[in-house]
Design a protein around this ligand. Structure first.
Ligand SMILES: Nc1ncnc2c1ncn2[C@@H]1O[C@H](COP(=O)(O)OP(=O)(O)OP(=O)(O)O)[C@@H](O)[C@H]1O
Ligand SMILES: [Mg+2]
Length: 553
């Protein structure tokens, strides 16, 4: 074995039986939900009449607002009538939406972010968690209940914005009385009512069901991607996207743009949900120093452009290949960042599902500051319900993902396994499970030859061969064993890994490395708001209704 064993990049195969999938392309296995988006421009929408006769994207009239307030107060006889604050887009020219509270208990607010700013997320989160943008304190509301975000759109003739609501809750988010559905998104129209709870004993207009209404501005100027940015050199090519460096016109602001050709979905329409999922997940995350952030999304006739934070240092994969292997100190510093980032994601119910050195980018190779990218296979885990689709990248995939369909049920622990494989590779320069395929195995006629990689993973067969591992601390091997533990329930968690003995060695040097990145790096890494999604939400109180999604992307 040699370091050249990892010189070949591994492509991820999402939601497919990759063992049977020769062209190594992402596909979707049956049973996963699919969703599309619908292009919408304001001009188009203005001609659409609601069933109640009101034009959909007209702000609420005073009479309507008062009617709602009256309904609200009739159940609270003592209270003053409440008139929701009207939208004043003339004063908030950057706003692409106004979340109008229908009861005084909740604040109204303008939705303006089109990109991440320092410590915020790009989308707007409604929920019980303290760090929500619109906090709600009712027990039935999930910590992260739903997310509202926008995309710039163009159909080649008209331009406009599309505003979406993504349902992150366990009990359901309702738009105009219809449940959106776990992890589904719906296109919002001006005047749509957003309910965070629905109990059969109250009707839709009862004060217990009054939360918000979304009002969209009558006009919002948007450009196309090529009008707003100059596209530069290619940074990387993935399975279904190419990533380029780009500069915002009239400024020196650089971004990375992930360009996804929509024609790729013609043959694989079920790939669409993973792109939509990637957008929603990145929009919902507040800034983390070790996770790539998302800015705008341009949804244009032929291409989808995701604007991402640009990092210059290249992939961890290329760095390890160049260096052959890393020192324990360097590796520990990189894994401090990775464990913190994964702990942050897992505490928000997000599982990456495709961790590998190709998806970890270096901000710069002097400080070794790293960021996780590529959320194309990432998923939100609602409550404790397991994932069933087979996805990931063969070398890094966890054994439970290899279980046969029907038996397969896995969760966030799969990310820790992938980190175990990566930790092994960083320390010695070759992978723990090697890629001898079934064909060459059968040809070898040698009973002593290693079993195929899938078998090695399923049986947890790996070693620390001499002389490569002779001088590596036993604590490092112990952490790898705990990460590469077959039983997911017994596998070490991200928090457990952060507290492991190997992570405590030479802490003063690690502190210095943090300071090299930025004097507050250590603090930023660890001081993230805890949003533990595991079992903290109440169990669903009502069945998940049929989700609805628009299909024409
Ligand atoms: N924000 C960024 N800054 C710099 N380079 C980037 C950035 N995002 C992605 N890249 C480069 O582009 C490559 C492909 O991006 P990404 O992994 O997101 O695409 P993908 O098509 O989803 O890949 P995969 O084949 O893993 O599914 C990355 O491996 C990296 O080299
Ligand atoms: Mg990738």
């Amino acid at each position: 074995m040699s370091s050249s064993d990892i010189t070949q990049k591994q492509t991820s195969i999402g939601r497919s039986n990759w063992l049977l999938n020769k062209d190594n392309q992402k596909t979707e296995s049956p049973g996963e939900s699919s969703e599309g988006t619908k292009y919408y421009s304001f001009n188009q929408r203005e001609s659409e009449e609601e069933s109640d006769g009101r034009k959909r994207n007209q702000p609420a009239t005073g009479r309507e607002s008062r009617k709602m307030a009256k309904t609200a107060t009739s159940s609270q006889r003592q209270a003053e009538p409440y008139v929701p604050d009207p939208a004043q887009f003339e004063r908030h020219t950057n706003a692409w939406g106004y979340l109008q509270a229908l009861v005084p208990a909740y604040p109204s607010g303008y939705l303006e972010r089109q990109s991440y700013e320092s410590a915020t997320r790009t989308g707007y989160l409604i929920g019980r968690s303290q760090n929500s943008d619109f906090p709600c304190d009712k027990a039935e509301i999930s910590k992260q209940h739903c997310l509202i975000y926008m995309e710039n759109g163009s159909n080649g003739i008209q331009r406009g914005i599309s505003v979406y609501l993504k349902d992150l809750s366990s009990n359901g988010t309702f738009v105009n009385g219809t449940i959106v559905g776990a992890n589904q998104r719906i296109l919002l129209r001006s005047g749509d009512r957003i309910q965070l709870t629905r109990r059969t004993k109250y009707d839709d207009d009862h004060i217990c069901n009054l939360y918000y209404r979304i009002i969209l501005p009558p006009k919002f100027e948007v450009g196309t991607f090529h009008e707003e940015y100059n596209c530069g050199k290619i940074l990387g090519r993935g399975n279904f996207a190419s990533v380029y460096q780009a500069t915002q016109k009239g400024t020196t602001r650089e971004v990375a743009v992930k360009i996804i050709s929509k024609s790729r979905f013609d043959r694989r329409p079920k790939m669409l949900p993973s792109v939509i999922q990637e957008i929603g997940i990145l929009m919902s995350l507040e800034a983390h120093p070790c996770i790539i952030q998302i800015g705008k999304v341009f949804n244009e006739p032929k291409y989808l452009y995701l604007l991402l934070e640009y990092v210059r240092g290249g992939e961890l994969f290329d760095y390890v290949v160049r260096r052959k292997k890393l020192t324990e100190l360097e590796t520990r510093f990189i894994f401090l960042q990775l464990f913190c980032a994964i702990d942050f994601l897992h505490s928000r119910g997000i599982v990456h599902r495709d961790l590998k050195p190709e998806n970890v980018l270096l901000v710069d190779d002097k400080t070794l500051h790293v960021k996780i990218t590529d959320f194309g296979l990432a998923k939100m885990q609602s409550g404790q319900s397991p994932f069933q689709s087979q996805c990931g990248t063969p070398n890094y995939v966890a054994p439970e993902i290899l279980d046969p369909t029907g038996v397969r049920a896995y969760g966030r622990e799969c990310d820790l396994w992938s980190l175990g494989v990566m930790l092994y590779i960083c320390l010695c320069g070759f992978p723990p499970f090697n890629g001898m395929d079934k064909f060459s195995f059968e040809l070898s006629w040698n009973e002593l030859a290693p079993p195929p990689m899938k078998e090695q993973i399923k049986r947890g067969l790996f070693e620390f061969p001499e002389p490569y591992w002779t001088n590596i601390a036993p604590e490092a091997k112990d952490l790898i064993r705990k990460l590469l533990t077959l039983d997911p329930a017994k596998r070490i968690t991200a928090k457990g890994a952060l507290n492991h003995e190997w992570m405590q060695i030479n802490l003063e040097k690690i502190d210095d490395m943090c300071d090299n990145v930025d004097p507050f790096f250590n603090e930023k890494l660890r001081n993230h708001h805890e949003v533990d999604s595991s079992g903290s939400d109440l169990p669903p109180t009502q069945p998940m209704g049929p989700s609805f999604s628009t299909q024409d992307f």
